[in-house]
Design a protein around this ligand. Structure first.
Ligand SMILES: [Zn+2]
Length: 287
């Protein structure tokens, strides 16, 4: 677990555990001889990937960015993904009760990003964070209602529809501020309406970039996932992101990186994007 200070915010990376993704799917058109130098697959070609959420404290609100894979997968899906379902334990370990979460932000609605939005109680999906206001892009939610044959399996409506119906989840349109120092921006590619979450305080900025750049192994412009619905948009969005994140030294938070959930991104003289570990002692400590 990582905890760091960003201006007035305290950020804690909370894990929902690891899960398996197919190595080929995770690296799209990149040959295995190349990606296997960065992440080692098991004998079934699976990669053990992270599920990193962020708890943001210090402002007047307690905010949770992303809610992991959750505990709603059926038996067949559980066999494939092997979810560890740890997020609520991780939250408990830092002394925060689900009732204390004021705001939940989902970057998109794939089941590995909003799984703990709700839990089943007496067969009904109810909010895990009863006092929270949830946010997602309206376009993402609308797409989820009529997802294509290609990615229908990525959506579990009980993760969000009950919240939209009760008014607890607010559907937002495009880039926007949500709270002082906390804003979202849309980066199309993985899905059309994927939103990244930016945190800014005292001149320092961090960005939860979600599936636009899922791990530090995906920093190269062309290293996208096969899951991306709009791979050329992924490339354009990455360029737009780096155009600010690199010169302005944003701290980047990687949703599926099992080892390096956060890093700065630099560029070498020959144009290669590289992760720079967060070195300052005050910014990172084991919890
Ligand atoms: Zn996704």
């Amino acid at each position: 677990m990582h905890r760091l200070t960003l201006g007035d915010f305290e950020l804690t990376i909370l894990s929902d555990g690891n899960y398996f993704l197919d190595g080929g799917a995770f690296f799209g058109v990149i040959p295995k001889v190349m990606w296997s130098k960065r992440m080692q697959p098991d004998e079934l070609n699976r990669l053990s990937c992270g599920l990193n959420s962020v708890l943001v404290r210090g402002a007047k609100k307690t905010v949770l960015i992303e809610t992991g894979i959750g505990n709603k997968l059926g038996e067949r899906m559980k066999k494939i993904y092997a979810p560890e379902e740890k997020l609520l334990n991780s939250l408990h370990a830092v002394g925060v009760a689900p009732e204390e979460i004021d705001v939940v932000i989902n970057t998109h609605l794939h089941f590995d990003h909003c799984g703990w939005n709700t839990v089943y109680r007496d067969g009904r999906a109810v909010p895990t964070f009863p006092n929270a206001k949830y946010y997602v892009q309206r376009g993402e939610w609308e797409y989820a209602q009529r997802a294509s044959e290609r990615d229908r399996i990525s959506y579990i409506s009980d993760n969000y529809n009950p919240l939209v119906e009760s008014g607890q989840m607010e559907l937002i349109d495009g880039a926007r501020g949500l709270l002082p120092g906390i804003s979202v921006d849309v980066y199309p590619g993985h899905t059309q309406h994927l939103q990244a979450v930016s945190l800014e305080s005292n001149g320092k900025r961090a960005c939860y970039i979600s599936d636009l750049i899922p791990t530090t192994a995906h920093l190269d412009i062309a290293w996208g996932m096969a899951f991306d619905l709009f791979p050329l948009d992924t490339i354009a969005s990455k360029k737009r992101f780096y155009a600010r994140a690199v010169p302005e030294d944003w701290l980047v938070i990687f949703t599926h990186d099992p080892k390096t959930p956060l890093a700065y991104v630099g560029i070498t003289n020959d144009g290669k994007y590289v992760a720079r570990e967060v070195a300052e002692k005050s910014e990172r400590s084991a919890v």
